[in-house]
Design a protein around this ligand. Sequence first.
Ligand code: NDP
Length: 675
Amino acid sequence: MLKPESFVAGAWIAPGATATPVIGPVTDTEIALVGGAALDTDAMLAHARKVGGPALRAMTFHDRAKILKKLALYIDSRKEELYAINGLTGATRRDGAVDIEGGIGTMFVYAAKGRREMPDAQVYVDGDIEQLGRSGAFLGQHIATPLQGVAVHINAFNFPVWGMLEKLAPTLLAGVPAIVKPATQTCYLTEACFRMIVDSGLLPDGAVQLIIGRTGDLLDKMGPQDVVSFTGSADTAQMLRTTPALIRNSTRFLAEQDSLNAAILGPDADADSPEFALFLKEAVAEITTKAGQKCTAMRRLLVPAHLADTVAAALSDRLGQITVGHPDADGVRMGALASLAQKSDVLAKIAQIGTEAKMICGSLDGFAPVDADADAAFIPPTLFQCDDPDAAQIIHSVEAFGPVSTILPYHDVAHAAELANRGEGSLVASVFTHDPAVARDITLSSAAWHGRLYINNRDTGRDATGHGSPMPHMIHGGPGRAGGGEELGGVRGVMHYMQRTAIQGTPEILSAITGQWIKGAPISENPTHPFQRTFTEIAIGETIHTAPRTVSMEDIEHFAHFTGDTFYAHMDEEAAKRNPFFPGRVAHGYLLLSFAAGLFVEPNEGPVLANTGLNGLSFQKPVSAGDSIKVILTCKRKTKRTDTYGEVAWNVILTNQDDEQVAEYELLTMVAYTR
Ligand code: NDP
């Protein structure tokens, strides 16, 4: 008997006297004892807000990203312990991989994105500087900083590991402590993974806490700096989002809930096309993986009317070959639902769907799961076919959260999109088409109804990630019935746990806040050339002014013939004059860039290792033969990249003999920490 424990203010709390048993879906016996101990929610909140939060906020985004990477490696090294109890949830090892490896992978992606796309600082700079006055003395900059409260994560039963890690990764990267509340039915698996996080000793005290059982009065104590992030049913979401404290304090509430996701087989497909085969393959995977208990699973299969019977026959044939049974038994492809309650819920929904569509596969008559009792929480893959999808109501509104899907015929692309949208908002819709025009038409008429559009065809090869797989890089969430929330999506997912603030002030003030040099902020000069100074030595705002160099007609001619760029604006005086941009023959922009480098580089070996890129280049004024250019190079931003070198971004401004700006860009260099 498993006895998962809560983790409250740094202490493990065992199940109490009134703990309730969890009945295993496969064996129909008690497998865990849960809850029943009074949890001190005041202590939890204080521990998170006063201990965990400040400790996390004292770190930079990179510090936290590095912890995420170490955590992912640590859990990965002990993942077999998770697989060992995964079967108790009814899931096969393959299902477990989606949950366990998927969760670890999400942490790795956030660790990498945190280091690549966020600064090694405590303030995240969002977008560009806005010039608010004429002179440039008063500017605006959007920034984001971590919320100073706690994130409460309420998770669904179907992904006990991924569900926790996909919410924890962006929350911790943001710098916000979390209280995790897993669904009771599978909480022992979440607890095992959570325990590893605590065992790792990588997170500061108070960064994470765990509630096994119910949340008690926790949500009544939510404040303006807290976030509740929920995954589960629409009914629970509605109840929780209307908690008075949440409304009173405008507490952020993110919800991922029911979804009647559609998959569309394009009108260009026929029974022999690769798209038809891909559609079948993915439909089988969506119906059977996790026994269909996936918020992203394909619930409605929209197919061209003339192919409906062909799809029905092919799909029921494939589904009929799926071996259902004890998740640990040899050859079993589909395990159990999470509980008997879930089974009876799905059977009730199947009965409802059956009033609008005929069942073509999945009867319980004679159904015998391998190595398990038919009375346990097993349901065979179940497929319906509906002849009148326009008149249907239940099929577009009732989610059977199990291995259940319905084939719906459509007559043209507009009709397919209209039917997909009848789900009233979903997490994902997929289109299997090789015709870009079909993909575009469906996108224009349907994208607003779905959080994600997954378009697959013969050209995606093995790269396609699957209709039902939320990727940490891409947003996961959807409008309407899907909850109106949004998770993941790279840095976008981190922003849910941060406050965006518009900062207005002088360049010097904004520079001090963001840690980046902003045009107009003070500069400094150093007798040693910056290319001879290490990453650590170079100061933000450090500037050099170069000597001038006059551009001659010979330079322009030489550059043209040397590079082959003999565009008329550089070669033909009369033709160049007819061009509205030029006074006559002008220097190549790339010649100016090359001269600029010649003016500012320090040629000797030193800490500057490489020029790795250039951002935001603009040529602002033509340079003619006889003009003289010079460069102002200013250190704008520094970002540690590895243990030995970091990236230094320089603002580069080219001016002419009249001090008019002719070009500007951001130059990226890699610079060693030591000489
Ligand atoms: P529930 O809404 O019943 O539960 C979801 C979570 O909310 C669980 O952790 C549950 O805890 C908790 N919860 C329930 N009541 C309260 C409360 N009063 N206060 C605090 N927490 C509460 O959903 P299920 O777990 O039954 O999930 C089934 C449904 O969720 C599916 O039918 C599907 O529609 C949807 N779902 C959506 C997903 C998505 O990403 N969009 C993913 C997975 C499921 P406890 O278990 O202790 O009751």
